[in-house]
Design a protein around this ligand. Structure first.
Ligand SMILES: O=C(O)CCC(=O)C(=O)O
Ligand SMILES: [Fe+2]
Length: 238
């Protein structure tokens, strides 16, 4: 593991300086949360995983670590050390109410790939933390589809709220309404043209009008799954 330099933020109090004020509660965006050496190390570990560890979906592929979240409880598998280190480091910020992250999804997107607008659902503690590797992306947020009968038909465009420019090596933390109320997604495009709707633009060094070609992005979404079942229980103690 590369030498871990003092990271820009180690407590909840320090994290508060990274709140994105132009977004609803609550987005924290920490540029350069990890170093380039850590980024290469993490990419190396991701690509070292055996082929069957990958699941190909339409528009991305993923690795699931820690167990499969399930309504009856996740059958816990210990995280590999390279993920456990970051799971602990981020949990030490206090973002999971004193619990430690026990689940990581690794997503890989090639240019042109993305993920449909969605909610992350009730199996997770309602905070998601994401380390990005390799390339930026633009994460888009949407109002949920209105269930009011009389409402006019809604388009994705009319539901659009804002975007976040998520740069490589950054840490993104989403909680409160930005996790539980709004949907998030990534458009399947090969480049992003920035607008004034990018809520964290001022801390990214980019400007409205900039056009950023995408590379391959790997994201580590690090979460806490509260409901778990331990293997020893399943195997049955007599
Ligand atoms: O790649 C990302 O940053 C988003 C991934 C995501 O939304 C998810 O895995 O639920
Ligand atoms: Fe998601």
């Amino acid at each position: 593991m590369p030498v871990m330099e003092g990271s820009p933020c180690q407590t909840l109090k320090e994290l508060e300086q990274y709140i994105v004020k132009d977004a609803p509660p609550t987005v924290y965006y920490v540029p350069d949360y990890i170093t380039e050496a850590e980024e290469s190390y993490l990419l190396q570990q991701v690509y070292k995983a055996p082929k069957p560890k990958w699941t190909q979906l339409s528009g991305r592929r993923l690795q699931n670590w820690g167990g499969l979240p399930h309504p009856k409880g996740m059958l816990v598998e210990k995280l590999p050390d390279w993920l456990l280190h970051y799971a602990k480091k981020i949990s030490d910020l206090g973002v999971f109410a004193g619990k430690t992250a026990n689940h990581v999804l690794v997503n890989e997107y090639n240019p042109g790939e993305g993920i449909m607008p969605h909610e992350d659902g009730p199996l997770y503690f309602p905070t998601v933390t994401t380390i990005s590797l390799g390339s930026h992306t633009l994460l888009d947020f949407y109002h949920p589809v209105s269930t009011v009968q009389e409402s006019v038909p809604q388009t994705e465009q009319s539901r659009y709220l804002l975007s976040l420019l998520v740069q490589p090596r950054s840490l993104l933390v989403l909680r409160d309404d930005m996790y539980t109320h709004f949907l998030h997604g990534i458009q399947g495009v090969a480049q992003d043209t920035l607008t004034d709707r990018v809520a964290n633009l001022c801390v990214t060094g980019a400007s409205p009008g900039d056009c950023l070609p995408r590379g391959t992005r790997v994201s580590l979404t690090i979460r806490h799954v509260p409901k778990v079942v331990r293997a020893t229980l399943l195997l049955g103690k007599r």
